[in-house]
Design a protein around this ligand. Sequence first.
Ligand SMILES: [Zn+2]
Length: 342
Amino acid sequence: MEARLKTQSLSAARLGKNTQPAPSSRRDFLRLAGIGGTALLASGLSSKLMAFSPQQQTISPDTVAQMRAAGATAVLKTEKLRDQVYVITGSGGNVAVLDGPDGKVMVDSGFGTSEKQFRAALADIGSEPLKLLINTHWHFDHTDGNEWLHKAGATIVAHENTRLRLSTPQDIAAYHLHFDPSPAGALPQQTFLEQNKLYLNGEVLALEHYRPAHTDSDIFVHFQHANVFHAGDTFFSGRYPMIDRSSGGSIAGMIAAADHTLSIVDTSTRIIPGHGSMTDRQGLQEYRDMLVEAQSRIAKLKQQGKTLDEAVAAKPTADLDPKWGKVGMAPDFFVTLVYTTL
Ligand SMILES: [Zn+2]
C-alpha cells in the first residue's frame, strides 16, 4: 500500500514538472504576468505584504525577495478558535497553533522575515516551547519560516512531496516564479505518504494527504478534540483559489479535495482556510459549489472549441465575481487557471 502510494506521489510530482504551462505567446505571457500581480494577493500576500502594485504589468524576477522583505513589517493578528487552538494571520498563509504542556505545535510558518512578530505572537499565546511544525504544502508563503522555526526547536512534519519539492528547484509557471532548493534546516525531518496521527497536549491531530488539488503535496490537519480543521490551500475562503498546475494542481483536484473535506467536517467544525477568513462547513460548501459551477461553464467553452483568450473574454464567471472576485485573484486569472487545468 505504502509503496504504491509513494510511487503515485512521486510520479505525480514528476508529472507536474512536465506539464508546466509555458506561455504560448508574448501576449499570453503579458496577460498571465499582468493578472498575476493581482492574483498573488489571493495566494496569501495581503496588500500589506505586497511590495508592488496590483496594477503592475510584470512580475520582476525579485518579486519573491520583495515579498519576503515586506514580511519584515507584517502585522500579525492572533485569534483563539477553540480550546487551545489559535490562528495567526498576516504573514503568508494562515498559521494554526496548538498550545499545551507537551509544547506548541504550529501549522505552516509564514514568511521567514516575520520571525520577530511570530516570536512575539507565540509568546503571547503561552510560555511552552515550540515542539512541532507541520507544513500543509510546499509553497513559500507556508514554508518560508521553516528554517528559523527548526533552529528554534521545531521538528518539521509534512507530506513526502513537500520535502521533495523543497529540496529541488521549483517553478510556478503561471506566476513566473522560480525557487532554488531550500536550505537543509528548512526541510521536513519527518514525512508521510497517506495519513499520520499525532498525540500531544490532550489533542489528536489527524493529518491526511489529499489527491493532487492545489499542489501534489497538500495535506489537512484536523485537531479532532477541538474540532478545528486546517485545510491548507485546498480552500481559499470567500475568494477564487490559486491552482498550481506546475505542482500537479487542477480544478478537478480542488473540487475533489473540497468534497473530501466536506465528508469529514461537521456543522460545528471551525475551518481554517489556507487564505481568507475563518469559516465553517457552510462556507466550504458554498466555495465547493462555486468551483463546480466555474468548472462546468469553462469546460463547456473549451468543448465548444473556444481558445483560452475567447474563454476569458466570454466572462463565464461574471455573476459569481461580485461574491468571489472582489478580494484577491482577478476573475480573468481564475478562468485562465481553470481552463489550463481542465
Ligand atoms: Zn499554496
